[in-house]
Design a protein around this ligand. Structure first.
Ligand code: NAP
Length: 256
């Protein structure tokens, strides 16, 4: 029988080199901090580099990287630049995303396109570039895609966003299936409503408060509510046999 690994070792990420997109705020910033606190080296990417520099100054093991995820032509160079900080990447967290809170007939073409470019096409292109590098050097690794509760449960006024996150969920399964033979695990996190720049305005509005009253746990999440799940999926010791999974973290919202 395999030995029992103490929790501290199970979630020790020493030796992992992670690229987190959308690390300038909200969930991504928290992911970068939690992963670094457990021994990983983290390249924190986003467009607002002033915020990334602040984050890197606050915590050891984090380096900033300017990256616009809607510009895939720059991904290859960005990955090379990322690897100049801490060496070859082993984990990609596709977290960057934008929301859209309009009904279908009110969603302008450009808004639809921007949501799909940021939330779907970026995950497609960056994952391909990342996995291609790992496969070329025959190294194992992992990808964590940040989907959403609405990938499975649609609501009024979030169609463009919900469709994009459903695509991320399906992409997670397709990537997991194709890249398992190369030792690359691909999993998704489906958060419910979590306080962040993306959601703060809505959550504090009367409509948001009404929605919160219908979440079984009667609260929105905090980015720290995802600490356990990001560590689980990042650690090949803890989740080495998991791939193609989607973990919902929503206070029971999907059940209501
Ligand atoms: N908060 C929630 O309730 C919730 C629920 C489910 C899923 N999610 C998902 O979780 C992820 C993070 O959301 P959040 O709540 O933390 O929102 P947030 O605070 O608004 O953060 C979004 C992040 O994405 C980055 N980003 C946006 N467009 C980008 C672009 N073109 N290139 C590079 N980076 C870009 C932003 O950085 P810059 O602006 O500096 O580039 C920022 O760091 C998103 O994928 C979101 O859909 C959030």
């Amino acid at each position: 029988m395999a030995q029992i690994t103490p929790a501290q070792q199970l979630f020790d990420l020493s030796g992992e080199v992670v690229l987190v997109t959308g690390a300038s705020s909200g969930l991504g910033r928290r992911f970068a901090r939690v992963l670094a606190a457990h021994g990983a080296k983290v390249v924190a990417a986003a467009r607002r580099v002033d915020r990334l520099a602040e984050l890197a100054g606050e915590q050891e093991g984090i380096a900033p990287l300017a990256l616009d995820v809607t510009a895939p032509e720059g991904f290859s160079a960005a990955l090379e630049e990322a690897e100049r900080h801490f060496g070859p990447l082993t984990l990609l967290v596709n977290n960057a995303g934008i929301a859209s809170g309009k009904r279908i007939l009110d969603t302008a073409e450009e808004e639809w396109a921007a949501v799909q470019r940021t939330n779907v096409e970026a995950v497609w292109h960056l994952s391909r570039a990342f996995a291609g590098r790992l496969i070329a050097r025959q190294s194992p690794g992992a990808i964590i895609n940040i989907a959403s509760l609405v990938a499975e449960k649609v609501g009024v006024s979030s169609a463009a966003y919900a469709v994009s996150k459903a695509a991320v969920l399906h992409m997670t399964k397709a990537q997991a299936l194709e890249w398992a033979r190369h030792g690359i695990r691909v999993n998704a996190i489906c958060p419910g409503f979590i306080a962040s720049e993306m959601t703060d305005g809505y959550l504090s509005s009367p409509a948001g408060q009404d929605m919160i009253s219908r979440i079984p746990q009667r609260r929105a999440g905090d980015p720290s509510d995802l600490d356990g799940v990001i560590l689980l999926l990042a650690s090949s010791r803890a989740s080495g046999f998991m791939t193609g999974a989607a973990l919902r973290v929503d206070g029971g919202h999907a059940l209501a």
